[in-house]
Design a protein around this ligand. Structure first.
Ligand SMILES: [Cu+2]
Length: 159
């Protein structure tokens, strides 16, 4: 059976499939707007490459804001241990010295790629004290399974 839709003859089941697709896409778009707007979730940003990002370091901007420049390489992270006080907001700038690595922080929704020639930025707030493990989740060679780092939030004592 055909339905006349905007002057076009459309099969009843085709029209239902079309309507379902429109409804699902509308739900997707509104849920993305909700996550970005209401939940203030940030998405990874690409920053223009500059060789200064290849110098691993932790920089204090103010009492609760830090910048961490992470360099991933076979098979570890530099700095391998990051110490920050509880309640800090940290801007991570992640890059790689060699192959593609991953940068995933346990208990946080952080899942970034570390690629040579690219800088990926994410901002994370650490409200709870503890030890957060950084894991490489991109297979990067024979030492991949041992590639880890740590973020120590006020434990045992942040400097
Ligand atoms: Cu790896």
């Amino acid at each position: 059976m055909a339905i006349n839709f905007l002057g076009i003859e459309v099969d009843k089941y085709e029209f239902r499939a079309f309507l379902t697709a429109v409804v699902v896409m509308t739900i997707f778009i509104f849920s993305m707007l909700y996550v970005v707007g209401a939940r203030r979730s940030d998405v990874p940003q690409c920053v223009n490459f500059d060789p200064s990002y290849l110098k691993p370091r932790v920089e204090k901007i103010d009492d609760s804001t830090y910048q961490v420049f992470v360099v991933a390489q076979m098979w570890g992270y530099q700095p391998s241990e990051i110490r920050i006080p509880v309640g800090s907001t940290v801007n991570f700038y992640v890059t790689s010295k060699d192959v593609v690595h991953g940068f995933m922080i346990d208990q946080k929704d952080i899942n970034m790629m570390a690629e040579y020639g690219n800088i990926t930025k994410r901002t994370v707030k650490f409200k709870d004290p503890g030890v957060y493990t950084i894991t490489c989740h991109e297979y990067c060679g024979v030492g991949h399974q041992n590639m880890q780092g740590q973020i120590i939030v006020n434990f045992p004592q942040a400097q």
